[in-house]
Design a protein around this ligand. Structure first.
Ligand SMILES: [Zn+2]
Length: 276
């Protein structure tokens, strides 16, 4: 699973980190030690990664989840070596939004995708990129996402499709094109590749990634029903966005995600506190 990813990352050994403390979050060379608040973000990223795994976001090439450090030009991201299913706070590395900075040796190959989006979207503090199957298949079609379910209502008329290339995103030009395609939307489909989902917090990005996968799954199912199907009205879509996806609702969905992760990985209970 991680061989391909680590092989690519290994080509960046010029960026070898300093001798980081085993208790640190493997920050880049020359970077300051992470604060307690930043270490807590590492814990939340690990919980988000495990939750994404439970939602079916794993694959051999893996994806990433990242979080911007508040008020900073740096962000934290799951490294290239850990799958969503095996991520721990120690699997998180520090990165700069500046693509000219030499990345951590274990930074994921698609780091530049996160850099381009953070540069383009000051409102975004967390990003999920994955190759989740339902999202990927839906992106391969020309279907527009419809409000088949509550989940779908969130993305109606704000789910662009990036079609310039289906390759892994390894350079700033393509990454910037994805950010341009994303615009001010909460997510974009990457045709024959996967999806990218953004939010103002880790909890928002993680929950929205779950919503997108489920929305795509349900519409793909509905598309197979002879005679067609109905969708929520515009008024219902608006009402759902105001109630079902209000911050308080997203918090409750996130709490559910955390509880599910802790039920399968008891150690994750401590990750919320990130005493490392
Ligand atoms: Zn990818």
């Amino acid at each position: 699973m991680t061989a391909a990813a680590s092989g690519t990352a290994a080509s960046r050994t010029a960026a070898s980190p300093s001798a980081a403390s085993p208790s640190a979050a493997s920050p880049s060379a020359g970077s300051p030690t992470l604060s307690a608040a930043e270490q807590r973000l590492c814990g939340l990223l690990a919980i988000a990664a495990r939750s994404l795994s439970q939602g079916g976001h794993d694959d051999f090439n893996q994806g990433q989840v990242s979080a911007r450090l508040p008020g900073s030009d740096r962000f934290l991201i799951k490294n290239a070596l850990a799958g969503f299913n095996e991520c721990t706070p120690e699997s998180v590395v520090l990165a700069s939004v500046n693509p000219d900075e030499v990345p951590h040796r274990n930074a994921p190959p698609e780091l530049v995708l996160h850099q381009a989006i953070y540069l383009a979207r000051p409102d975004v503090n967390s990003i999920v990129h994955s190759h989740a199957p339902q999202t990927l298949v839906f992106g391969a079609t020309d279907l527009e996402l419809r409000a088949v379910s509550h989940d779908g209502a969130f993305f109606v008329d704000r789910l662009p499709r990036f079609t310039q290339t289906s390759q892994t995103i390894l350079n700033l030009q393509i990454a910037t094109a994805v950010a341009t395609a994303l615009g001010d939307a909460p997510a974009a489909l990457l045709r024959n590749h996967g999806g990218v989902i953004v939010g103002k917090s880790i909890r928002h990005a993680c929950v929205f990634a779950h919503l997108l996968e489920r929305a795509c799954m349900l519409q793909l199912l509905a598309e197979q029903v002879p005679g067609g199907y109905h969708c929520s009205t515009e008024a219902d879509v608006e009402a759902k966005r105001e109630f079902n996806f209000a911050d308080l609702s997203v918090k409750s969905y996130w709490d559910h995600c955390v509880n599910r992760v802790v039920a399968s990985e008891p150690a994750a209970a401590a990750w919320k506190e990130a005493r490392r």
